[in-house]
Write a protein that binds this ligand. Sequence first.
Ligand SMILES: NC(=O)c1ccc[n+]([C@@H]2O[C@H](COP(=O)([O-])OP(=O)(O)OC[C@H]3O[C@@H](n4cnc5c(N)ncnc54)[C@H](OP(=O)(O)O)[C@@H]3O)[C@@H](O)[C@H]2O)c1
Length: 276
Amino acid sequence: MILVTGAGGALGRLVAGELAGRGDVVLGSRTPRSAGERRVDFDDPGSLDFTGVDTLLLISAGYGEDDVVVARHDAAISAAEKAEVGHIVYTSLSGDGDHLPYALAHRWTERRLRRSASAWTILRNGLYAEFLADIAAPGPDGTIAAPLGEGRLAAVARADLAAVAARVVSTPQEHVGKVYELVGERALGGAELAAAIGGAYAPAALGATREAIIASGVALPYQVPMLVGTYSAVAGGFLDGSGVEGSSLRGLLGRAPQSALEVYRRAAAAAIGNVR
Ligand SMILES: NC(=O)c1ccc[n+]([C@@H]2O[C@H](COP(=O)([O-])OP(=O)(O)OC[C@H]3O[C@@H](n4cnc5c(N)ncnc54)[C@H](OP(=O)(O)O)[C@@H]3O)[C@@H](O)[C@H]2O)c1
C-alpha cells in the first residue's frame, strides 16, 4: 500500500491525481475530504498509524518555525519506522537551496532519513513556477518589483514534481537510497518574466521589500525572512540551476518538463485579471 501525506495541499492533490484509479493508494490529510481518506496530522501522534503501509510519500509540512517543522517530520518518520514501513519518499529542497532560510528543516529531515530503519528516496524539489508567480507577481500596472536583481530561478512546474513523485512511489525499489535533484532546465529572470506578461521589471531594494511585506500583514513573522531570503538567494545567483549537478527532472518524467515561463505567465496574468 502507498500512503500519501499532505494530500490536501497543492502538490498532494496533483500526486493524488497521478495515482488515481489505483486500488493500493491511501490519501492522508489533516482534513480528509472523503470516507476513503485518512486523517494524518504530524502534529497529532494519535493520527500517525501507518500499519500496512509499504511506501510512504512524506510531503514536507514546511509552514512553521524550524523546531515545529523538524518535530513534524521526526514524528512522521518515527511513526513509519514503528509501523515497519518499507520505504519513505520525502519531498525535500534542491541542493542549490542551502542559502534559503527554510533549507535547515529539509536537510535535517534528509539526515534523519539516512539513519532510518526504512529505505528512503529524497526528491530535492526546485522552487515551483507557481511560487515564483506569487513572489514575483506583477502589480496592477504590470510592473514586477520583486528584488530578484539580475538573478534567475530554475523554477519547476508543480505538476512535473507531482508526476515524478508518483512515478517514484510506484516503483520504489528502483529508487532506494537515491537523492534526485529536480530543478528546471531554463532559469528565469525578472526581465524575462516581465516580457512574458507584457510588463516592466523594476526591482525594489531588499529592505524596502521587507518593509512592504511586514506592512501588508499577509506574512506571519516566520515567513518574512523566508520570503526576503528567497529573493536574496535568487538575486545572489544561487538558484539558477548552475549549482546543481544534473537535474533528474527530464529523466524521471520521461518527457520534456513543462515550460516554467508559461506556468508563470498564466498564473501572473490571472492574478492581474489578464489571462490571454
Ligand atoms: N518547492 C517550492 O516552491 C515550495 C513552495 C512552498 C512550499 N513548499 C513545500 O512543499 C510542501 C508541499 O507544497 P504545496 O504546494 O502542496 O503546499 P500547500 O498547498 O501550501 O500545502 C501545505 C502542505 O503541508 C501539509 N501540512 C501542513 N501541516 C501539516 C501537518 N501538521 N501534518 C501533515 N501535513 C501537514 C498539508 O497537508 P494537508 O493540508 O493535506 O493536511 C499540505 O500538503 C509544502 O508543505 C512546503 O513544505 C515548496
